[in-house]
Design a binder for this molecule. Structure first.
Ligand SMILES: [Zn+2]
Ligand SMILES: [Zn+2]
Length: 179
């Protein structure tokens, strides 16, 4: 095992790196282009008046540039985020562009589905609500053997039907007590 693989495994910031990698190159480029374009519009295209203040113009161009740039980064993030949640990319990109003032993005963050995970046994995409893998029956979450409702990993009896969970023969990784 090399020192590089050791470093990657123990790296507590790798989760944050993953989130940053969710922003594609094209949206970073678009953000820079939009920011520069706003500076151009405010300083070159728009007519200069004698009585206006330079600090105000600088502030306005910076504010608009930052706003549009963050919009581009947000679009980039959404375009990748929809894919790992199994949602419609075209529909949500359109929502974020068409609804003004970032309302589309707010609606997206409220309504987005949980991230799909992979079955450890056969790598099928699994939604967070699944108790079993639909392809290979690998058990993802602890369930009651009688009423098949979800139970907590620490439960000894089912909270819904009182069934003794020790009788179920659930895999040891889904039980904290085994007697
Ligand atoms: Zn599976
Ligand atoms: Zn039960």
């Amino acid at each position: 095992m090399s020192i590089w693989s050791l470093g990657r495994q123990g790296d507590p910031t790798s989760r944050g790196d993953d989130e940053l990698r969710m922003i594609p190159q094209w949206s970073i480029m678009l953000a820079i282009v939009l920011f520069v374009a706003m500076q151009y519009v405010f300083h070159v295209v728009m007519p200069h008046h004698k009585h206006e203040l330079l600090p105000l113009r600088l502030m306005m161009s910076y504010a608009w540039g930052t706003l549009l740039a963050s919009y581009a980064l947000l679009l980039g993030y959404v375009s990748r985020d929809v894919k790992r949640r199994g949602m419609s990319a075209g529909l949500w990109m359109l929502m974020c562009v068409v609804l003004p003032g970032g309302i589309g993005a707010v609606v997206y963050f409220l309504l987005r589905q949980p991230v799909l995970s992979k079955c450890p046994n056969c790598a099928t995409s699994i939604a967070a609500t699944y108790h079993y893998c639909p392809q290979c029956q690998f058990q993802m979450a602890p369930v009651c053997g009688t009423c098949h409702r979800g139970v907590k990993i620490t439960d000894v009896y089912c909270t819904q039907c009182g069934h003794d969970l020790a009788q179920d023969g659930a895999p040891a990784r889904l039980r904290s007590y085994s007697d």
